[in-house]
Design a protein around this ligand. Structure first.
Ligand code: NAG
Ligand code: NAG
Length: 299
């Protein structure tokens, strides 16, 4: 490189500032309210001076954003967010992304379906995500009540009707381990992004372009059932008691999503925290997430 170009390059690196962060909130939550992701955005701005944080809002205002987290098909949400981020000039040199709860699998879908249109996405961090779906209701796993198993069996009849798939977000990641075949055929979102029926090579390539996929599991989570879904594990097919780790699933063994390849390249990071759903301390967030992934240069 010629000397002047080299100096220009150094100036560009120095003036580039910290890597921007994109956030996607969970069900019943919003982009920006102060007691919600607005708090996280503010916290990041304090901890990483000069950082640009884009907290995703789906819809024209906060109320729509909240409603859409229940009722707008994730396929449309991901498409809208793709169009939105492509147009954000402040993300043009790349960014990190953090998903909260269901925002985790939505961001992963965004990476897989839209990654090639976006600037480089460096680290995708998912907090309490449902990567293999859910089979259960909030608090049921923790209390182990008999009626829980009854209710989830009932829900199986409803979740895969196409009108339910189109009108209730949570149905699109309902995963019935007793009937894997129906899940793979009828789940219009999760089974697709997990390459269950067919293999979309773009999904694999885009996911593998990440520097790291960081999966955070809350070991005492009472909202997400089974908790192993936060690390891409699930019930072994055909029953709903015995769990499988990601490494034991067909998804991994057949490497349908390139996760084996990522793991072998050291790009899959499994972290766990002792508390309930999304319960983390500021210290943990600073020391583990910010220092290692969001702002390592400051070390
Ligand atoms: C694979 O995914 C890409 C990105 O979403 C999409 O454009 C393409 O149509 C998909 N291919 C198939 C065969 O579904
Ligand atoms: C785990 O959850 C149970 C039931 O909600 C609670 O009693 C217990 O204190 C929790 N443990 C930890 C480590 O948070």
């Amino acid at each position: 490189m010629n000397r002047w170009l080299f100096i220009l390059f150094i100036i560009k690196v120095i003036s580039a500032g910290p890597t921007p962060v994109v956030l996607w909130h969970g069900m019943g939550d919003t982009c920006c309210m102060p007691y919600s992701l607005g708090y996280i955005k503010h916290f990041l701005e304090q901890q990483i001076p000069g950082v640009y944080v884009h907290s995703i809002r789906v819809g024209d205002n906060t109320v729509e954003d909240l409603e859409n987290s229940y009722f707008m098909s994730p396929n449309e949400q991901v498409q809208d967010v793709c169009d939105m981020l492509v147009k954000d000039p402040k993300l043009q040199s790349g960014f990190n992304a953090i998903g909260f709860s269901q925002g985790s699998q939505f961001l992963r879908a965004l990476v897989q379906r839209c990654g090639h249109k976006l600037p480089p996405i460096k680290n995708l961090i998912t907090l309490g995500g449902q990567h293999q779906g859910v089979y259960g209701l909030p608090h049921c796993g923790a209390i182990q009540h008999r009626s829980c198993d009854y209710v989830r069996k009932l829900l199986n009849y409803a979740a895969y009707y196409s009108w339910v798939q189109n009108s209730l977000v949570q149905a699109t990641y309902w995963h019935d381990p007793l009937d894997e075949k129906t899940y793979k055929k009828k789940s219009e979102f999760l089974a697709d992004i997990n390459n269950e029926l067919t293999i979309n090579q773009t999904y694999i390539d885009n996911l593998n372009s990440l520097e790291n996929l960081v999966l955070v599991k809350f070991t005492n989570d009472s909202i997400v059932q089974p908790r192993e879904t936060e690390w891409f594990g699930f019930y072994a097919p055909g029953q709903a008691k015995k769990l499988q780790k990601l490494q034991e699933t067909e998804l991994y063994l057949q490497d349908r999503l390139g996760l084996k390849k990522m793991n072998e390249a050291g790009k899959l990071v499994f972290l766990s925290l002792p508390g309930d759903h999304l319960q983390f301390t500021q210290d943990w967030f600073i020391n583990v997430i910010i220092k290692k992934y969001l702002n390592p240069a400051a070390e």
